[in-house]
Design a protein around this ligand. Structure first.
Ligand code: SF4
Ligand code: SF4
Length: 56
């Protein structure tokens, strides 16, 4: 399963957008992962300061 952002925790900082090697995350107020592009690498989970992203 792709990475999933918890909109309650995400503050829209954009760090995950910059760090995703696939360019799979967009900011639309909150971070949004494109499930078709995400390779489940886990990078965004490691860099998110709010622990707002999980691999389900
Ligand atoms: S790094 Fe975390 S808090 Fe920042 S935009 Fe991404 S999901 Fe949201
Ligand atoms: S798991 Fe990897 S490919 Fe998927 S959104 Fe996070 S950083 Fe990008």
């Amino acid at each position: 399963m792709p990475a999933v952002v918890d909109g309650e925790l995400c503050d829209g900082c954009g760090i995950c957008v910059e760090e995703c090697p696939m360019g799979a995350i967009e900011l639309n107020d909150k971070a949004v992962v494109d499930e078709e592009i995400c390779t489940e690498c886990g990078t965004c989970i490691d860099v998110c300061p709010k622990d707002a992203i999980v691999l389900e």
